[in-house]
Design a protein around this ligand. Structure first.
Ligand code: CTP
Ligand code: MG
Length: 222
């Protein structure tokens, strides 16, 4: 089945960035002249597949963001990422929805296009996934004893943008749950989730080390 219809990109940017350890909320930290949020918005728009942008930011940064990003609908996020996504969904009226972390600021536009293409080809839910390079061990509750080695061939490190038909993502968020990503909530509904190849550059900037890597990558592009 081929799915037409309009696409919204929801960009959760309301986190505090505790692990990055800056004064500024992470999405508002600058990376080679543009904030992480600005870079994520620019990548989404450059993909050519996004009709509407919804950005979720900390409540005290809503006014500033409206001025800085006139092309986006700006809403206040919530305490947890899933609360922020729910707030964004309430402001979206499209057939298809992408959810993309502002923190994945160097995501190539072609990844947005690949996720939307998989939705248009009929998948109800799509995630980018990468094979895991490290050997993975299961450890005991204290973390200091190996219980076994995990078969990594059947594991994928999952990124954003994640794509959904809007009714499915709405249903998943109405039902809720404790998943760490949107696809996890959709899986709990029993809906099949399709995997497309992820991209190393879609890595999430979480720690000061990640920001150093991102700065070096930007220097390489200049
Ligand atoms: N996010 C959000 N609302 C929240 C928490 C997170 O919109 N209540 C967003 C972040 O802004 C980020 C994305 O979700 O773009 C992924 O979250 P994460 O990398 O964990 O960012 P932070 O929560 O800001 O970082 P930390 O967990 O270190 O505080
Ligand atoms: Mg977080």
């Amino acid at each position: 089945m081929l799915t037409g219809g309009s696409v919204a990109a929801l960009i959760p940017a309301a986190g505090m960035g505790v692990r990055l350890g800056r004064q500024t909320p992470k999405a508002f930290v600058e990376l080679a002249g543009r904030t992480l949020l600005r870079r994520s918005v620019d990548a989404a728009l450059a993909s050519g597949v996004v009709d509407r942008l919804v950005v979720m930011v900390p409540p005290d940064l809503v006014d500033r963001t409206r001025t800085e990003l006139p092309e986006a609908v700006v809403v206040a996020g919530g305490a947890e990422r899933s609360d922020s996504v729910r707030a964004g969904l309430a402001a979206a009226d499209t057939d298809l929805v992408l959810v993309h972390d502002a923190a994945r600021a160097l995501t190539p536009p072609r990844l947005f296009a690949a996720v939307v293409q998989a939705l248009r080809d009929g998948a109800p839910a799509v995630v980018p996934g990468l094979p895991v390079a490290d050997t993975l061990k299961r450890v005991g509750s204290d973390g200091d004893r190996v219980l076994g080695t995990v078969d990594r061939s059947e594991l994928r490190a999952v990124q954003t943008p994640q794509g959904f038909t809007a009714p499915i993502l709405r249903r998943a968020h109405e039902r809720g749950g404790d998943a760490t990503d949107d696809a996890g909530l959709v899986e709990a509904l029993g809906v099949p989730v399709h995997v497309v190849p992820g991209d190393d550059e879609a890595f999430k900037i979480t720690t000061p080390f990640d920001l150093r890597i991102a700065r070096l990558l930007c220097r390489e592009q200049d």
